[in-house]
Design a protein around this ligand. Structure first.
Ligand code: AMP
Length: 422
């Protein structure tokens, strides 16, 4: 089903296209039609299912028919990171509309947020504590809010925010529509839904993303200066029909793309230094399988929806665990299998530990027996320009295929996962 058939405003369809979304995900197909009609929605869906656009698209569509200048939509999120992501998606989807959104979150200076709230933005994306502060100061006036979104309601419960959330809701006299999203449905959330929602459309989407079923993860400890060499080694030695490589910076992405290309791979680049046309071309090339490797930054890869990605390799450890979850959610789509590798320098272990807490288990550590970890300088590729042909494993002078797996210091019950040849 194309997005067009949902009856969304053309300016939203244009943004959807530019973000690279091809068709609605199941939670979007389920939630958008009733939400467009103004109905309440209760959706059980995790991060990685497309839930953010599932509530933002109908919200933006309905806002377009109304005059600007007052806050009509409040989105409450348990964490600052999630709120930032939601607001980011809101700006992305609303880029061709006059709709204005702002963030109200803790850990940031109060002044700019006070000023922003006073301007009467259409949408406020907030964490409960800071929002209550601004409400108590009489600055956030939410008496015209008609649509309320509670995102990750179960996390709000776990983090002890429900009393704050109730306080906020009690001060929304004009609330007409409530959209509630939760990864799980513990009894407290079920009864909250019963209390807040009127005759809601119920959507239940299976587990995905966090420790996503079908995605095998592994961490490769390596000194920072050898990361590029290790990545090139992995690409040469492991059959990776379609691989998405993440770098922290756009400059890093560009440099890496050149090197991998010199190794004989077809490479696409996706980062914010590229024009929209270049990005679309890169995405199309990767989607159609004309490029085996896509090198991308986090931001640029947000809307990437390619079914056949077999490997996601992170060359840095994101500071925000959610970013990692988003990255690995790019593979294993639609129930397929995928591998997610992350290259970890010694000083990134702390960030990795945070990710492991988020995904709920320790990632197996893999050390490659045939990679020179003691080298002081970045290693030149011995196979540059000759090996690692797109779509296949290269052996050449490397000898017969190794048995799968490096030396794994892993904890996973699945055994040494990587590298494996397909
Ligand atoms: P979420 O579950 O909202 O955190 O979204 C997970 C990821 O899926 C985000 O990176 C979105 O940009 C992306 N996404 C959302 N909807 C679609 C879609 N229809 N097609 C492709 N990607 C999507």
């Amino acid at each position: 089903m194309p997005f067009k058939s949902l009856g969304l405003h053309p300016s939203l369809i244009r943004a959807i296209k530019e973000l690279g979304y091809t068709e609605p995900t199941p939670v979007q197909a389920g939630a958008i039609p009733p939400a467009l009609l103004g109905k309440d929605v209760m959706a059980t869906a995790q991060t990685g299912t497309g839930k953010t656009a599932a509530f933002l698209l109908p919200i933006l569509h309905r806002l377009l028919a109304l005059p600007r200048g007052m806050t009509r939509v409040l989105i409450v999120s348990p964490t600052r990171e999630l709120a930032e992501q939601i607001e980011d998606v809101c700006r992305g989807l609303g880029q061709h509309t006059p709709v204005k959104s702002i963030l109200v979150v803790g850990g940031r200076p109060m002044g700019p947020q006070q000023r922003a709230v006073r301007t009467g933005p259409d949408v406020i994306v907030a964490t409960p504590g800071r929002l209550l502060d601004l409400m108590n100061q009489g600055i956030a006036r939410l008496d015209r809010v008609t649509t309320l979104v509670l995102d990750e309601a179960d996390s709000m419960l776990d983090m002890g925010f429900l009393p704050d959330v109730r306080r906020i809701i009690s001060r929304l006299p004009s609330r007409e529509q409530t959209l509630m999203f939760s990864a799980t449905m513990p009894p407290t959330i079920a009864s909250l839904a019963k209390e807040l929602l009127r005759n809601p459309a119920s959507i239940q989407i299976g587990r995905r993303s966090t420790t996503a079923v079908g995605i095998t993860q592994a961490a490769y400890p390596v000194p920072e200066h050898l990361k590029t060499a290790l990545l090139r080694h992995l690409l040469r030695e492991t059959e990776m029909p379609s691989v998405l490589v993440f770098t922290r910076t756009k400059h890093g992405a560009k440099k890496l793309a050149r090197l991998v290309e010199a190794d004989g791979f077809t490479v696409a680049e996706l980062h914010s230094n590229r024009t929209p046309a270049q990005r679309t071309k890169a995405m199309e090339g990767f989607r159609r399988g004309e490029c085996q490797v896509m090198v991308a930054t986090n931001i640029a890869a947000r809307g990437l929806d390619v079914d056949h990605i077999t490997h996601v390799i992170s060359t840095d450890v994101p500071d925000v665990p959610e970013d990692y979850v988003h990255r690995i959610g790019r593979t294993g789509r639609a129930g397929a299998e995928g591998d997610a590798f992350i290259l970890v320098a010694p000083d990134e272990e702390g960030s990795l530990a945070r990710i492991e807490r988020q995904v709920g288990h320790r990632l197996p550590r893999v050390t490659l027996p045939d990679f020179d970890y003691s080298s002081t300088a970045p290693k030149a590729s011995p196979g540059a320009g000759k090996k690692g042909r797109p779509g296949g494993r290269s052996q050449g002078a490397q000898g017969p295929p190794r048995s799968p797996g490096g030396r794994s210091g892993g904890t996973g019950a699945k055994g040494p996962p990587h590298p494996r040849r397909r």
